[in-house]
Design a protein around this ligand. Structure first.
Ligand SMILES: *Cc1c(COP(=O)(O)O)cnc(C)c1O
Length: 435
Protein backbone atom coordinates (compact mmCIF):
# COMPACT_ATOMS: atom_id res chain seq x y z
CA UNK A 1 0.00 0.00 0.00
CA UNK A 2 2.88 2.33 0.80
CA UNK A 3 5.04 1.30 -2.10
CA UNK A 4 6.79 4.50 -3.06
CA UNK A 5 7.18 3.56 -6.68
CA UNK A 6 3.58 2.82 -7.47
CA UNK A 7 1.73 5.80 -6.02
CA UNK A 8 1.49 9.30 -7.30
CA UNK A 9 2.56 11.87 -4.71
CA UNK A 10 1.96 14.40 -3.27
CA UNK A 11 0.05 14.90 -1.05
CA UNK A 12 2.15 13.05 1.44
CA UNK A 13 1.26 12.15 4.97
CA UNK A 14 3.31 14.98 6.43
CA UNK A 15 3.71 13.61 9.96
CA UNK A 16 6.57 11.86 11.74
CA UNK A 17 4.78 8.48 11.55
CA UNK A 18 4.18 9.25 7.88
CA UNK A 19 7.89 9.90 7.29
CA UNK A 20 8.81 6.70 9.10
CA UNK A 21 6.31 4.77 7.03
CA UNK A 22 7.84 6.08 3.79
CA UNK A 23 11.31 5.15 5.01
CA UNK A 24 10.09 1.65 5.82
CA UNK A 25 8.79 1.10 2.30
CA UNK A 26 11.72 2.84 0.58
CA UNK A 27 13.48 0.39 -1.76
CA UNK A 28 16.75 2.28 -1.07
CA UNK A 29 16.42 2.30 2.73
CA UNK A 30 19.41 -0.02 3.22
CA UNK A 31 21.67 2.17 1.05
CA UNK A 32 22.03 4.72 3.87
CA UNK A 33 24.08 2.15 5.78
CA UNK A 34 26.66 2.19 2.97
CA UNK A 35 27.60 5.73 4.10
CA UNK A 36 29.13 7.24 7.22
CA UNK A 37 26.65 9.76 8.62
CA UNK A 38 28.41 12.49 10.66
CA UNK A 39 27.49 12.63 14.36
CA UNK A 40 26.50 15.47 16.64
CA UNK A 41 28.48 16.09 19.85
CA UNK A 42 25.77 14.08 21.64
CA UNK A 43 26.39 11.14 19.32
CA UNK A 44 23.26 11.13 17.16
CA UNK A 45 23.22 11.34 13.36
CA UNK A 46 23.32 14.89 12.09
CA UNK A 47 20.72 15.87 9.55
CA UNK A 48 23.05 16.15 6.61
CA UNK A 49 21.52 18.10 3.74
CA UNK A 50 24.72 19.22 2.03
CA UNK A 51 25.35 16.41 -0.41
CA UNK A 52 25.25 19.03 -3.16
CA UNK A 53 28.41 20.52 -1.72
CA UNK A 54 30.31 17.55 -0.31
CA UNK A 55 28.77 14.09 -0.52
CA UNK A 56 29.20 11.71 2.43
CA UNK A 57 31.85 9.03 2.65
CA UNK A 58 30.90 5.53 1.49
CA UNK A 59 31.89 2.89 4.04
CA UNK A 60 33.88 1.11 1.30
CA UNK A 61 36.10 4.12 0.58
CA UNK A 62 38.61 3.45 3.32
CA UNK A 63 39.47 -0.08 2.21
CA UNK A 64 39.76 0.90 -1.46
CA UNK A 65 42.17 3.72 -0.58
CA UNK A 66 44.09 1.47 1.81
CA UNK A 67 44.49 -1.08 -0.96
CA UNK A 68 46.40 1.51 -3.01
CA UNK A 69 48.54 2.44 -0.01
CA UNK A 70 49.29 -1.23 0.65
CA UNK A 71 50.25 -1.83 -2.97
CA UNK A 72 52.52 1.19 -2.96
CA UNK A 73 54.11 -0.02 0.29
CA UNK A 74 54.59 -3.48 -1.18
CA UNK A 75 55.61 -2.74 -4.76
CA UNK A 76 56.87 0.82 -5.06
CA UNK A 77 56.94 1.84 -8.69
CA UNK A 78 56.10 -1.66 -9.83
CA UNK A 79 52.58 -1.06 -8.53
CA UNK A 80 51.89 0.51 -11.90
CA UNK A 81 51.69 -3.04 -13.23
CA UNK A 82 51.67 -5.33 -10.19
CA UNK A 83 49.14 -3.68 -7.89
CA UNK A 84 45.94 -5.62 -7.25
CA UNK A 85 44.36 -3.07 -9.57
CA UNK A 86 47.34 -1.89 -11.60
CA UNK A 87 47.78 1.89 -11.53
CA UNK A 88 48.65 2.21 -15.21
CA UNK A 89 45.11 1.50 -16.44
CA UNK A 90 43.47 2.35 -13.07
CA UNK A 91 41.37 5.24 -14.43
CA UNK A 92 39.66 2.83 -16.83
CA UNK A 93 38.05 1.10 -13.82
CA UNK A 94 35.91 4.22 -13.47
CA UNK A 95 34.94 4.89 -17.04
CA UNK A 96 31.95 2.66 -17.55
CA UNK A 97 30.26 3.53 -14.27
CA UNK A 98 30.90 7.23 -14.86
CA UNK A 99 29.58 7.06 -18.43
CA UNK A 100 26.40 5.32 -17.25
CA UNK A 101 25.67 8.04 -14.68
CA UNK A 102 25.74 10.78 -17.35
CA UNK A 103 24.26 8.83 -20.26
CA UNK A 104 27.40 8.61 -22.38
CA UNK A 105 29.35 6.00 -24.28
CA UNK A 106 32.42 4.85 -22.36
CA UNK A 107 34.65 6.27 -25.09
CA UNK A 108 33.11 9.70 -24.49
CA UNK A 109 34.12 9.93 -20.82
CA UNK A 110 37.34 10.12 -18.87
CA UNK A 111 38.09 10.93 -15.23
CA UNK A 112 40.92 13.45 -14.95
CA UNK A 113 42.10 16.69 -13.30
CA UNK A 114 39.51 18.84 -11.59
CA UNK A 115 36.45 20.64 -12.84
CA UNK A 116 37.62 24.17 -13.60
CA UNK A 117 40.86 22.90 -15.13
CA UNK A 118 38.81 20.64 -17.38
CA UNK A 119 36.48 23.47 -18.41
CA UNK A 120 39.51 25.37 -19.63
CA UNK A 121 40.95 22.37 -21.47
CA UNK A 122 37.64 21.74 -23.18
CA UNK A 123 37.14 25.39 -24.06
CA UNK A 124 40.60 25.31 -25.64
CA UNK A 125 39.04 22.90 -28.12
CA UNK A 126 35.43 24.05 -28.28
CA UNK A 127 35.58 27.80 -27.81
CA UNK A 128 37.12 29.02 -31.05
CA UNK A 129 36.07 32.64 -31.55
CA UNK A 130 36.24 33.62 -35.20
CA UNK A 131 35.25 36.84 -36.95
CA UNK A 132 31.92 38.05 -35.56
CA UNK A 133 31.15 34.72 -33.89
CA UNK A 134 32.99 35.08 -30.64
CA UNK A 135 30.51 35.42 -27.77
CA UNK A 136 29.95 32.98 -24.91
CA UNK A 137 26.42 32.67 -23.51
CA UNK A 138 26.06 31.76 -19.83
CA UNK A 139 23.23 31.99 -17.31
CA UNK A 140 22.53 34.67 -14.72
CA UNK A 141 23.64 33.32 -11.33
CA UNK A 142 26.22 31.08 -12.99
CA UNK A 143 28.69 29.77 -10.43
CA UNK A 144 31.20 32.62 -10.01
CA UNK A 145 34.15 30.37 -10.84
CA UNK A 146 32.55 29.52 -14.18
CA UNK A 147 32.11 33.21 -14.89
CA UNK A 148 35.78 33.85 -14.09
CA UNK A 149 36.71 30.95 -16.36
CA UNK A 150 34.72 32.08 -19.40
CA UNK A 151 35.76 35.71 -18.99
CA UNK A 152 39.39 34.68 -18.89
CA UNK A 153 38.94 32.54 -22.01
CA UNK A 154 37.54 35.52 -23.89
CA UNK A 155 40.39 37.73 -22.69
CA UNK A 156 42.97 35.03 -23.49
CA UNK A 157 41.78 35.10 -27.10
CA UNK A 158 42.48 38.84 -27.09
CA UNK A 159 38.86 39.97 -26.83
CA UNK A 160 36.87 42.02 -24.33
CA UNK A 161 34.84 39.98 -21.82
CA UNK A 162 32.48 42.91 -21.26
CA UNK A 163 31.62 42.77 -24.96
CA UNK A 164 31.70 39.07 -25.59
CA UNK A 165 30.08 37.58 -22.51
CA UNK A 166 26.30 37.33 -22.88
CA UNK A 167 24.39 36.61 -19.67
CA UNK A 168 20.89 35.19 -20.08
CA UNK A 169 18.41 36.54 -17.55
CA UNK A 170 20.68 39.25 -16.15
CA UNK A 171 18.43 42.13 -17.12
CA UNK A 172 15.46 40.74 -15.21
CA UNK A 173 17.51 39.53 -12.26
CA UNK A 174 15.09 36.69 -11.52
CA UNK A 175 16.00 33.52 -9.66
CA UNK A 176 14.61 31.22 -12.34
CA UNK A 177 15.60 31.52 -15.97
CA UNK A 178 13.09 30.45 -18.55
CA UNK A 179 14.52 28.42 -21.43
CA UNK A 180 12.62 30.65 -23.85
CA UNK A 181 14.91 33.47 -22.78
CA UNK A 182 17.96 31.49 -23.81
CA UNK A 183 16.27 30.60 -27.07
CA UNK A 184 15.40 34.18 -27.87
CA UNK A 185 18.97 35.32 -27.16
CA UNK A 186 20.17 32.62 -29.53
CA UNK A 187 17.63 33.70 -32.13
CA UNK A 188 18.66 37.32 -31.82
CA UNK A 189 22.44 37.04 -31.43
CA UNK A 190 23.00 33.53 -32.81
CA UNK A 191 25.47 34.55 -35.49
CA UNK A 192 27.72 36.11 -32.83
CA UNK A 193 27.62 33.25 -30.34
CA UNK A 194 30.48 30.76 -30.46
CA UNK A 195 29.66 28.82 -27.30
CA UNK A 196 26.74 28.23 -24.95
CA UNK A 197 28.02 27.11 -21.56
CA UNK A 198 25.48 26.57 -18.80
CA UNK A 199 25.34 24.87 -15.44
CA UNK A 200 23.04 21.85 -15.90
CA UNK A 201 21.51 22.39 -12.47
CA UNK A 202 22.05 25.94 -11.28
CA UNK A 203 24.03 25.89 -8.03
CA UNK A 204 22.08 28.81 -6.55
CA UNK A 205 18.46 28.16 -7.43
CA UNK A 206 18.57 24.40 -7.92
CA UNK A 207 16.89 24.88 -11.30
CA UNK A 208 17.44 22.02 -13.76
CA UNK A 209 17.60 23.37 -17.30
CA UNK A 210 16.01 21.59 -20.22
CA UNK A 211 19.39 20.54 -21.53
CA UNK A 212 18.37 18.81 -24.78
CA UNK A 213 16.27 21.84 -25.69
CA UNK A 214 19.18 24.20 -25.05
CA UNK A 215 21.58 21.96 -26.98
CA UNK A 216 19.20 22.00 -29.95
CA UNK A 217 18.80 25.76 -29.87
CA UNK A 218 22.56 26.32 -29.59
CA UNK A 219 23.28 24.06 -32.55
CA UNK A 220 20.55 25.68 -34.62
CA UNK A 221 22.29 28.99 -34.06
CA UNK A 222 25.59 27.46 -35.18
CA UNK A 223 27.16 27.54 -31.69
CA UNK A 224 28.88 24.79 -29.71
CA UNK A 225 27.27 23.73 -26.45
CA UNK A 226 28.94 22.61 -23.23
CA UNK A 227 27.51 22.00 -19.77
CA UNK A 228 28.97 22.29 -16.31
CA UNK A 229 27.34 19.35 -14.54
CA UNK A 230 28.82 19.88 -11.07
CA UNK A 231 25.33 19.88 -9.55
CA UNK A 232 23.77 17.51 -12.06
CA UNK A 233 26.03 14.44 -12.21
CA UNK A 234 24.69 11.79 -9.86
CA UNK A 235 21.67 13.99 -9.17
CA UNK A 236 19.46 14.02 -12.27
CA UNK A 237 18.94 11.81 -15.32
CA UNK A 238 21.32 12.77 -18.13
CA UNK A 239 21.66 11.51 -21.71
CA UNK A 240 24.61 13.51 -22.94
CA UNK A 241 25.25 11.36 -25.98
CA UNK A 242 21.66 11.36 -27.23
CA UNK A 243 21.28 15.06 -26.53
CA UNK A 244 24.20 15.70 -28.86
CA UNK A 245 26.02 17.86 -26.32
CA UNK A 246 29.49 18.81 -27.55
CA UNK A 247 31.24 18.60 -24.20
CA UNK A 248 30.63 18.59 -20.47
CA UNK A 249 32.63 18.60 -17.26
CA UNK A 250 31.78 17.90 -13.64
CA UNK A 251 33.31 17.21 -10.26
CA UNK A 252 32.97 14.05 -8.21
CA UNK A 253 32.81 15.37 -4.66
CA UNK A 254 29.21 16.66 -4.68
CA UNK A 255 26.42 14.16 -5.48
CA UNK A 256 28.99 11.56 -6.55
CA UNK A 257 30.57 11.23 -3.07
CA UNK A 258 34.21 10.79 -4.14
CA UNK A 259 35.57 12.93 -1.30
CA UNK A 260 37.07 16.39 -0.85
CA UNK A 261 38.89 17.59 -3.96
CA UNK A 262 37.92 14.38 -5.77
CA UNK A 263 38.81 14.15 -9.45
CA UNK A 264 36.83 15.77 -12.22
CA UNK A 265 35.42 14.01 -15.27
CA UNK A 266 34.69 15.10 -18.81
CA UNK A 267 32.43 14.18 -21.68
CA UNK A 268 33.44 14.76 -25.29
CA UNK A 269 30.83 13.71 -27.81
CA UNK A 270 31.78 10.76 -30.00
CA UNK A 271 31.55 12.94 -33.10
CA UNK A 272 34.54 14.96 -31.86
CA UNK A 273 36.53 12.06 -30.44
CA UNK A 274 38.38 11.25 -33.63
CA UNK A 275 38.66 14.79 -34.91
CA UNK A 276 42.38 15.33 -34.49
CA UNK A 277 42.16 18.67 -36.28
CA UNK A 278 40.52 20.16 -33.17
CA UNK A 279 43.07 22.28 -31.33
CA UNK A 280 43.85 20.76 -27.95
CA UNK A 281 46.55 20.86 -25.32
CA UNK A 282 48.61 17.73 -25.16
CA UNK A 283 50.48 15.71 -22.57
CA UNK A 284 51.81 12.18 -22.41
CA UNK A 285 48.69 10.68 -20.84
CA UNK A 286 46.64 11.65 -23.88
CA UNK A 287 49.09 9.89 -26.15
CA UNK A 288 48.12 6.61 -27.75
CA UNK A 289 48.48 4.13 -24.87
CA UNK A 290 50.09 1.49 -27.08
CA UNK A 291 53.18 3.63 -27.67
CA UNK A 292 52.99 6.05 -24.72
CA UNK A 293 56.03 4.65 -22.96
CA UNK A 294 58.10 4.51 -26.13
CA UNK A 295 57.78 8.30 -25.91
CA UNK A 296 58.01 8.89 -29.64
CA UNK A 297 58.91 12.27 -31.05
CA UNK A 298 55.51 12.82 -32.61
CA UNK A 299 52.38 13.16 -30.46
CA UNK A 300 49.59 10.75 -31.38
CA UNK A 301 46.43 11.45 -29.35
CA UNK A 302 44.14 8.68 -28.20
CA UNK A 303 40.71 8.59 -29.75
CA UNK A 304 37.74 9.64 -27.62
CA UNK A 305 37.73 11.65 -24.41
CA UNK A 306 40.97 9.98 -23.27
CA UNK A 307 42.76 12.04 -25.89
CA UNK A 308 42.22 15.12 -23.69
CA UNK A 309 44.23 13.69 -20.77
CA UNK A 310 47.52 15.35 -19.91
CA UNK A 311 48.92 13.79 -16.78
CA UNK A 312 48.99 10.50 -14.97
CA UNK A 313 46.05 10.63 -12.54
CA UNK A 314 45.95 10.65 -8.69
CA UNK A 315 45.41 6.96 -7.91
CA UNK A 316 44.50 7.48 -4.23
CA UNK A 317 41.68 9.81 -5.25
CA UNK A 318 40.61 7.50 -8.05
CA UNK A 319 40.31 4.70 -5.49
CA UNK A 320 37.90 6.82 -3.42
CA UNK A 321 35.98 7.64 -6.58
CA UNK A 322 35.80 3.96 -7.51
CA UNK A 323 34.21 3.16 -4.16
CA UNK A 324 31.70 5.98 -4.67
CA UNK A 325 30.77 5.01 -8.23
CA UNK A 326 30.27 1.39 -7.20
CA UNK A 327 27.30 2.53 -5.12
CA UNK A 328 25.76 4.14 -8.21
CA UNK A 329 26.38 1.02 -10.24
CA UNK A 330 24.60 -1.17 -7.73
CA UNK A 331 21.69 1.21 -7.12
CA UNK A 332 21.27 2.66 -10.63
CA UNK A 333 20.41 6.25 -11.57
CA UNK A 334 16.76 5.38 -12.23
CA UNK A 335 16.27 4.37 -8.58
CA UNK A 336 18.23 7.40 -7.41
CA UNK A 337 16.12 9.87 -9.36
CA UNK A 338 12.86 8.15 -8.45
CA UNK A 339 13.54 8.40 -4.73
CA UNK A 340 15.05 11.85 -5.00
CA UNK A 341 11.90 13.09 -6.75
CA UNK A 342 9.77 11.82 -3.87
CA UNK A 343 12.06 13.04 -1.12
CA UNK A 344 12.32 16.50 -2.63
CA UNK A 345 8.56 16.70 -3.20
CA UNK A 346 8.01 15.62 0.41
CA UNK A 347 10.34 18.38 1.55
CA UNK A 348 8.61 20.95 -0.67
CA UNK A 349 5.20 20.00 0.70
CA UNK A 350 6.35 20.19 4.33
CA UNK A 351 8.06 23.52 3.75
CA UNK A 352 4.93 25.03 2.24
CA UNK A 353 2.74 23.63 5.01
CA UNK A 354 4.94 24.45 7.98
CA UNK A 355 7.14 27.38 7.05
CA UNK A 356 5.33 29.33 4.32
CA UNK A 357 5.13 32.52 6.36
CA UNK A 358 8.83 32.63 7.04
CA UNK A 359 10.38 31.58 3.77
CA UNK A 360 10.15 31.83 0.03
CA UNK A 361 11.03 28.75 -2.03
CA UNK A 362 13.21 29.72 -4.99
CA UNK A 363 13.58 26.31 -6.63
CA UNK A 364 10.96 25.50 -9.29
CA UNK A 365 7.99 23.50 -7.97
CA UNK A 366 7.78 21.53 -11.22
CA UNK A 367 9.74 18.30 -10.53
CA UNK A 368 11.00 18.26 -14.14
CA UNK A 369 12.79 21.53 -13.45
CA UNK A 370 14.75 20.47 -10.39
CA UNK A 371 16.87 17.72 -8.90
CA UNK A 372 17.64 17.03 -5.25
CA UNK A 373 18.09 20.60 -4.15
CA UNK A 374 15.79 23.16 -2.62
CA UNK A 375 16.91 26.76 -2.22
CA UNK A 376 14.98 28.93 0.18
CA UNK A 377 15.13 32.58 1.08
CA UNK A 378 14.22 33.62 4.59
CA UNK A 379 11.76 36.50 4.53
CA UNK A 380 13.01 39.42 6.55
CA UNK A 381 10.89 39.72 9.71
CA UNK A 382 11.69 41.95 12.65
CA UNK A 383 15.38 41.67 13.42
CA UNK A 384 15.73 38.02 12.44
CA UNK A 385 18.06 37.59 9.45
CA UNK A 386 18.46 34.64 7.11
CA UNK A 387 21.99 34.15 8.33
CA UNK A 388 20.75 33.84 11.92
CA UNK A 389 18.19 31.22 10.90
CA UNK A 390 20.96 29.28 9.21
CA UNK A 391 23.14 29.49 12.34
CA UNK A 392 20.28 28.27 14.53
CA UNK A 393 19.91 25.25 12.26
CA UNK A 394 23.62 24.51 12.58
CA UNK A 395 23.40 24.71 16.37
CA UNK A 396 20.53 22.28 16.17
CA UNK A 397 22.24 19.38 14.40
CA UNK A 398 21.42 20.35 10.80
CA UNK A 399 24.15 20.73 8.19
CA UNK A 400 22.87 22.67 5.19
CA UNK A 401 24.53 25.55 3.42
CA UNK A 402 24.40 29.26 3.13
CA UNK A 403 24.92 31.21 -0.06
CA UNK A 404 25.45 34.93 0.02
CA UNK A 405 23.52 37.09 0.02
CA UNK A 406 20.41 35.37 1.38
CA UNK A 407 19.91 31.76 0.35
CA UNK A 408 19.85 28.50 2.34
CA UNK A 409 20.33 25.42 0.19
CA UNK A 410 19.21 21.92 1.15
CA UNK A 411 19.89 18.73 -0.71
CA UNK A 412 17.79 15.72 0.24
CA UNK A 413 20.05 13.08 -1.29
CA UNK A 414 18.40 9.81 -2.30
CA UNK A 415 21.32 7.56 -1.37
CA UNK A 416 21.59 8.49 2.31
CA UNK A 417 18.86 10.91 3.35
CA UNK A 418 15.61 9.64 4.80
CA UNK A 419 12.08 10.98 4.91
CA UNK A 420 12.61 11.28 8.65
CA UNK A 421 15.65 13.52 8.04
CA UNK A 422 13.48 15.77 5.93
CA UNK A 423 10.65 15.80 8.48
CA UNK A 424 12.99 16.64 11.38
CA UNK A 425 14.73 19.31 9.32
CA UNK A 426 11.47 21.12 8.60
CA UNK A 427 10.49 21.01 12.28
CA UNK A 428 13.85 22.55 13.21
CA UNK A 429 13.56 25.16 10.51
CA UNK A 430 10.10 26.04 11.80
CA UNK A 431 11.50 26.62 15.30
CA UNK A 432 14.47 28.55 13.92
CA UNK A 433 12.08 30.92 12.16
CA UNK A 434 10.42 32.00 15.40
CA UNK A 435 11.49 35.56 16.14
C1 LIG B 1 31.34 23.08 -7.41
C2 LIG B 1 31.43 23.84 -8.67
C3 LIG B 1 32.66 24.22 -9.20
C4 LIG B 1 33.94 23.92 -8.47
O1 LIG B 1 35.03 23.83 -9.33
P1 LIG B 1 36.37 23.07 -8.92
O2 LIG B 1 37.24 23.24 -10.08
O3 LIG B 1 36.01 21.63 -8.64
O4 LIG B 1 36.92 23.70 -7.68
C5 LIG B 1 32.68 24.90 -10.41
N1 LIG B 1 31.53 25.19 -11.08
C6 LIG B 1 30.32 24.83 -10.58
C7 LIG B 1 29.06 25.15 -11.33
C8 LIG B 1 30.23 24.15 -9.36
O5 LIG B 1 29.03 23.83 -8.87
Amino acid sequence: MNDLSSRIWPPFDATLPGAKKYDESDPLKSVRSLFHIPKTAAGSDVIYLTGNSLGLQPTSTRSEVLEVLDDWQQYGVEGHFKAKNAWMPYHQRLTEAMATVVGALPSEVVVMNSLTVNLHLLMASFYRPEGKRRKILIEHHAFPSDRYAVRSQIAWHGHDPDQDLLIAGASENKDILDETEIESLLAEHGAEIALVMLGGVNYYSGQLFDLPRIARAAHQAGAKVGFDLAHAAGNVALSLHDWDVDFAAWCSYKYLNAGPGGPGAVFVHEKHGTDFSLPRFSGWWGHDAATRFKMPEKYQPMTGAEGWQLSNPPILSLAAMHAALSVFTSVGMAAVTRKSGLLTAFCMQLLSQECAEGIEIITPTDPKRRGAQISIRVKPRGTLTGRQVFERLEENGVICDWREPDVIRLAPVALYNSFEDVYLFVQRLKSALVE
